[in-house]
Design a protein around this ligand. Structure first.
Ligand code: ZN
Length: 663
């Protein structure tokens, strides 16, 4: 038994006692909701209280201070907002009520929320609440907040009826099966989503009942896990458990009750953390989205305890996944797993590449690393993933989400039906598109960081400044930053100069070119006393380039700046039914894809002739549009995030080395 193990064992003992003796704080002492449990302090009786041991060096602005301007991010967010509005609380509550013995005649939802699905409740009482809370912070949508408050209040009745603090849409017996290591899908995974949803409703919407409810759930969790030996708990962690460690940590950060942190660390999976702490990549064979949330929990443990081992785990993991196990889109996983040794993706192009949840969780992890050390390269990754794997994976018509983003040639996008999919990726999707206002800007005491080029405005009340970004990026290779100042204010504006800006760029202040520029992959800092109407004009020329698939220089993707280009292969043989997955999870996704396989191979062959001598040229008058040259039939390429309803190719076979293929 390692020291680490003994420590955890001891924690088990002390925390059982702590939970037994705990009571809720009286309302008067209850903390006012912070902006964000990850980065903000809690207000208690008018005073700031923070339990963070490692404050972030750059903190994103609270989402309620950021608003999106017109552009593709706003379009995606609006589709998401309309979708969230379309979900009736009574249908969301149906299985929770049935489970609690409360009558319900509502029509059950389908897919992973169907009354016989073992994950039911993960979306209806979890992701839905998180997404609504985030959307409220991003847009101020009161109606949505009211719907979500109704769901919280009704879930509160279910929790009261169940008596023990337990709250779920399935019977508590699922946890008996988990403990006995009998077949069950993922009870803690589901409970985590509900706990996170409730906590988000407290943090972003000020719902104090939600905070009370999530504490009851945490206390129930403390009792369940506290009755197990360390070894037994480690076996329980063999079943996917989502971000239990993260949410319990956040609950500690919000309440200051340190036994929540102790319960959180019962979810440390030793077998997964130990190799990472020793900088060994033993990720091969692991289910990807089971594990990324555990690393986000490690990031929180570092922030809340200062223990460097957890930072090591998080940073080593991030490096391995991003540099050794990711595709050009920023996505990772194939068939939901890492199947190979590091840096070897040549056999890993399929219809089931890059589960959307993985992109969501990697971006979330990136946010922590950036907070510790605001390095532009972290935001390069964030941008890459946001623009290529998140934009374009929501159906603009009905807000349906994708599960996988296929990267093998000849496939197409499939979207879940609004009421009959409700997969994991539907859940992380509704959250993602609700928080597009997050991380565009960060700040420290003196400086603002312009991380992403998205039309938007941020209020910075501490400085009396408002910063507006006007841009059509990426169609436009520039952005304009206008300062509104109540009175002149000294501050630094840090502008990310992306790694892809290899041809340099220019910046003008109030129409005059500045001599200074920064190297790609860093921030350009401009410090001065900003006056009302000051304007920065930043030009960041993009370049067409080829990026090889990891471990296979003969297969390349074409990118323009950070934007992945996809060849348009037409809609031959594609029916509407093939583009929607009525009630599918990953395994059942295979029939339509299998059917396409033959075609996929044909298409792969047809693009195989593309090589260095015959590459791409821009199509005049159409931004971000290219066509192949020197081919019998030219293929058009547009951003992958704009492809809908047709087959596409992202990776191309080349006959020569990829470096020669640069445009
Ligand atoms: Zn998923």
């Amino acid at each position: 038994m390692t020291r680490f193990g003994e420590l955890s064992r001891r924690h088990f003992m002390t925390s059982v006692a702590a939970v037994a003796g705990s009571t809720l704080l009286p309302r008067a002492l209850m903390a006012a909701p912070p902006q964000d449990p990850v980065v903000d302090t809690t207000q208690k009786a008018g005073k700031s209280v923070s339990y963070e041991k490692v404050p972030w060096k750059a903190r994103p602005f609270p989402m309620k201070q950021v608003r999106l301007g017109e552009g593709p991010c706003k379009v995606a967010m609006e589709a998401d907002r309309q979708y969230l509005h379309s979900l009736p609380p009574d249908r969301l509550l149906h299985t929770f009520r049935i489970n609690a013995g409360i009558p319900s005649s509502a029509q059950p939802l389908g897919g992973w929320e169907a009354p016989d699905c073992e994950l039911r409740g993960h979306y209806a009482g979890g992701h839905y609440l998180s997404a609504s809370a985030l959307m409220y912070a991003s847009s101020g949508d009161d109606d949505l907040k009211n719907n979500a408050n109704t769901v919280v209040a009704e879930l509160g009745k279910c929790q009261a009826a169940l008596k023990s603090g337990y709250l779920s849409a399935f019977p508590v017996e699922f946890f008996d099966r988990l403990r006995e290591r009998q077949r069950v899908w993922a009870p803690f995974y589901t409970v985590h989503k509900i706990m996170a949803g409730l906590l988000d409703m407290y943090v972003y919407c000020g719902n104090e009942q939600a905070l009370d409810m999530v504490q009851q759930m945490a206390n129930w969790t403390a009792g369940y896990t506290g009755s197990l030996s360390y070894e037994h708990m480690q076996r329980v962690l063999g079943t996917e458990f989502g971000g239990m460690g993260e949410t319990l940590s956040n609950l500690y950060a919000v309440t200051g009750k340190d036994y929540y942190l102790e319960v959180a660390q019962r979810f440390d999976k030793k077998q997964f953390f130990d190799p990472l702490a020793a900088h060994r990549d033993e990720l091969k064979g692991l289910h990807v989205n089971t594990h990324i949330p555990q690393v986000i929990a490690a990031a929180r443990y570092y922030e809340l305890t200062g223990d460097r081992r957890y930072r090591d785990i998080a940073e080593y993991f991030w490096d391995e996944v991003v540099s050794e196990r990711s595709y050009c889109t920023g996505g990772t996983s194939n068939g939901e797993s890492w199947n190979t040794d590091p840096g070897k993706l040549s056999t890993e192009l399929s219809t089931n590449t890059t589960e959307c949840c993985c992109a969501y969780n990697m971006m979330k992890l990136t946010r922590h690393l950036f907070g510790w050390a605001p390095d532009a390269r972290l935001m390069d990754y964030y941008e890459r993933t946001l623009f290529n794997h998140r934009l374009g994976t929501i159906n603009p018509e009905d807000g349906g989400m994708m599960y996988y983003l296929p990267l093998a040639a000849g496939y197409w996008k499939t979207f879940g039906k609004p009421f009959d999919a409700l997969w994991c990726c539907t859940g992380t999707g509704v959250e993602e598109f609700s928080k597009f206002t997050d991380s565009i800007y960060s700040r420290n005491q003196h400086d603002v960081f312009v991380n992403l080029f998205i039309a938007s405005e941020v209020r910075w009340p501490e400085k009396g400044l408002t910063i507006r970004q006007t841009t059509k990026f990426p169609e436009q290779e520039s952005t304009s930053i206008t300062v509104k100042a109540e009175k002149p204010a000294q501050a630094g504006i840090n502008i990310r100069i992306p790694s892809w800006a290899v041809d340099g760029g220019t910046v003008e202040l109030n129409g005059k070119a500045l001599q200074a520029f920064s190297s790609p992959g860093s921030y350009l800092k401009i410090t001065r006393e900003w006056a009302d109407g000051d304007k920065l004009e930043v030009k960041l020329p993009m370049r067409l380039h080829a990026e090889p698939l990891l471990g296979d220089p003969t297969q390349v993707a074409a990118l323009y700046g950070p934007i992945v280009l996809a060849g348009r292969l037409g809609s031959q043989g594609l029916t509407e039914a093939m583009q929607s997955d009525p009630d599918h999870g990953p395994t059942q996704l295979s029939p339509p894809h299998a059917e396409a396989k033959g075609n996929g191979n044909i298409f792969a062959k047809s693009v195989a002739e593309i090589h260095a001598a015959a590459w791409l040229e821009p199509v005049k008058g159409q931004p971000l549009t290219f066509q192949t040259v020197g081919q019998k039939n030219a293929t058009m390429l547009i951003p992958l995030n704009r492809i809908f309803g047709e087959r596409y190719a992202v990776y191309w076979k080349t006959s020569t080395r990829s470096e020669d293929a640069e445009g």
